[in-house]
Design a binder for this molecule. Structure first.
Ligand SMILES: C[S@@+](CC[C@H](N)C(=O)[O-])C[C@H]1O[C@@H](n2cnc3c(N)ncnc32)[C@H](O)[C@@H]1O
Length: 512
């Protein structure tokens, strides 16, 4: 069943665009602009602090996974599949580029399906993958529907880019294709007249219209109005739109890492759509395309997988006040919380918010998620970041204490030495007469499979509580905050000692 909710004209959707696209009806969109990740193999960290919005980390790193293989295997025979086979041969069967190309190829096929016959698509890319993307666009849209390679010249002679021992990169590429050549909506755009040309129209008629007297070759004269001079038609090279690397002191800049200028989007939208048309941006970021579409009286559908991006778009469009507020779909607090968590957990050691460094804040949040008590001493804690106080183990006649270790690093966040240390801590606790039959390792990102196997190899332990009777628990567990926040997973733990939740565990904390 096709989903028509998103076609209202002011929709922002938080989710994977593939899922959203596959649910849209055929031929419902007039114009698509997309500015996807570029396979740049980089992390971007954005900070929107001064705009009151939290920052986020974007990953543009690709790997060939089981999902890539499945997606490739499910592609129907045809040009797209052949082209992807070509990419895999050229770039490596299981290369990051192959994974990226499969990701993009199947989304482009969906974009073609939802585009109206009069529709156009603009694919914005940088040199990391543009050769492959052109190949995929030809495969999906047909080379006969290729209209132009546009060059957005965004030269910036200063800063990081200029350090390369190379010709300094000065442009992005935008591939412009249409669904059916000849049927497309297109309004030619003209360069603004320069001041000198305008000054030549030095007379004003009784209706206030500026004009000049033009001398014809045959000696006669005629009146030429300024309004009739549309200037030179725009070419495929756009060098009048500075990027935010060059000019970021305009009120427009929100600090989103890959934010594009609204003027760039307005140019695309004015040329290839009419007022009232629906503009789709499936990788909408901070909502530049949606903002430009709203300004020009077009409808918009913006999609982004990042909750922070969608909140930022929402805020951007709501704060305008001159257009209908966006309707937001698919934004869950868990997704939003995961991104905020990730960003703050990875912040530099000296990046302190509300007086708490990110790593300490992350440890406290993990403790809260698990109903555990954080170790507030933090330094010299013998390797325990938090402790979970479980109910009385009837067999031992004492409460269970479970040491929790938290590793908030980039992937892989946790390694075998960390697991060994945690087992050592557990042994020390038991040697000191505490009842510590289990331990939990919490990483930021999902742990490598061998560590899960290692944890499982530690065996199981039976704990008997009045609340649940005899239950088998893993002696050691390892899981990530990402799995907890995004998928609701939790370690398997015996019932909590309710006194620990109200801070009544100080005596035990002191002897640890
Ligand atoms: C290059 S940025 C777009 C920037 C945008 N043009 C702007 O001006 O803000 C790419 C965006 O694609 C989003 N993204 C990546 N994978 C996605 C997916 N599968 N579905 C939807 N959005 C995705 C990222 O979160 C990121 O915001």
């Amino acid at each position: 069943m096709a989903d028509h909710r998103y076609l209202s004209g002011n929709a922002l959707v938080c989710g994977d665009n593939y899922a959203v696209l596959t649910n849209l009806p055929d031929e419902c969109v007039d114009l698509i602009y997309l500015d996807p990740p570029f396979n740049s193999n980089q992390f971007y960290v954005a900070a929107f602090g001064d705009k009151g919005v939290v920052s986020q980390q974007l990953r543009d790193i690709w790997r060939w996974t089981v999902e890539s293989q499945n997606a490739f295997d499910r592609l129907p025979r045809g040009q797209l599949r052949d082209s992807l086979r070509g990419v895999r041969l050229q770039a490596g069967e299981k290369s990051p580029m192959a994974a990226y190309a499969v990701f993009m190829g199947r989304r482009l096929a969906e974009m073609r399906r939802v585009l109206k016959p009069s529709g156009s698509i603009y694919l914005h890319c940088d040199p990391h993958a543009n050769a492959y993307l052109r190949l995929l666009m030809d495969a999906v849209f047909g080379d006969a529907n290729f209209r132009r390679e546009l060059v957005w010249s965004n030269e910036d002679q200063s800063g990081f880019k200029s350090r390369a021992n190379n010709w300094i990169r000065g442009h992005d590429t935008i591939f412009y294709y249409v669904k059916s050549a000849g049927l497309q909506t297109f309004t030619k755009q003209y360069n603004a007249l320069d001041a000198l040309t305008i000054r030549r129209y030095d007379k004003v008629d009784s209706d206030g219209r500026r004009y000049k007297i033009y001398n014809n070759r045959d000696g006669t004269q005629r009146i030429v109005y300024l309004k009739e001079n549309r200037g030179a038609a725009m070419s495929s090279v756009w060098s009048d739109l500075p990027s935010f690397q060059k000019v970021n002191n305009t009120g427009e800049y929100l600090g989103y890492p890959t934010q594009k200028p609204v003027a760039l989007l307005e140019r695309v939208i004015e040329a290839s759509s009419n007022p009232g048309d629906l503009v789709l941006d499936p990788f909408c970021g901070c909502g530049t395309a949606a903002d430009a579409a709203a300004s020009l009286g077009r409808k918009y559908l913006g999609i982004d997988i990042s909750g922070i991006a969608v909140r930022l778009m929402q805020q951007r469009l709501e704060s305008r006040g001159d257009v209908t507020a966006p309707v937001v779909y698919g934004l869950t607090w868990d997704e939003f919380e995961w991104e905020s968590f990730e960003r703050r957990a990875l912040a530099q050691r000296d990046d302190v918010e509300d007086g708490i460094p990110g790593w300490a804040w992350a440890e406290d949040r993990v403790a809260a998620l698990l109903n555990a008590v954080p170790n507030t001493r933090k330094q010299g804690d013998g390797g325990v970041d938090a402790r979970y106080f479980g109910a009385m183990d009837v067999g031992r006649k004492e409460g269970v204490i479970i040491p929790i270790q938290v590793k908030m690093h980039r992937a892989p966040s946790v390694g075998r030495p960390d697991m060994d240390r945690l087992l050592g801590v557990q042994t020390t606790m038991n040697n000191r007469g505490l009842h510590a039959p289990m331990s939990v390792m919490v990483s930021l990102y999902p742990p490598p499979e061998p560590l899960r196997v290692f944890a499982a190899e530690q065996g199981r332990v039976t704990i008997t509580t009045q609340e649940e009777g005899a239950v088998d628990y893993p002696r050691m567990q390892v899981l990530s905050v990402e799995e907890m926040l995004r998928h609701g997973e939790r370690p398997k733990l015996p019932p909590v000692d309710p006194r620990s939740l109200v801070g009544d565990t100080q005596d035990k904390m002191l002897i640890l």
